[in-house]
Design a protein around this ligand. Structure first.
Ligand code: ZN
Length: 109
């Protein structure tokens, strides 16, 4: 998922621990019924996350300092690529549905 603009600066103490982030990814992977082969975190310049065709997900460490709703959107977006490799109609419909489910019935890590 591409970055639209440089990430805003947020005080470091608001960052969530990496373990919590990984738990969020795992909880959403279960909800979506996908199994990422590897999940990595590293600083990325132009993207919030990427997904390789072999099921390897990489997330930008800046995500740890982003609001929970945005983090969730990036996580679901990237995990969804393990099901749908493009941004077509199906992808957008599923993304909307999972984001809506996050409001009413969030997965438990
Ligand atoms: Zn994408």
């Amino acid at each position: 998922m591409r970055k639209a603009a440089p990430s805003p600066w947020v005080p470091l103490e608001e960052a969530v621990p990496i373990d919590l982030f990984r738990a969020e990814v795992e909880a959403w992977a279960r909800r979506l019924g996908v199994t990422p082969r590897e999940v990595h975190l590293r600083p990325m310049k132009r993207k919030w996350a990427s997904c390789s065709s072999r099921g390897r997900l990489t997330f930008d460490t800046d995500l740890l300092r982003q609001p929970a709703e945005f983090r969730r959107e990036v996580i679901i977006h990237e995990l969804l690529h393990l099901k749908v490799p493009n941004h077509g109609k199906l992808f957008r419909a599923l993304l909307r549905a999972y984001l809506a489910s996050a409001e009413t019935d969030p997965p438990t890590p």
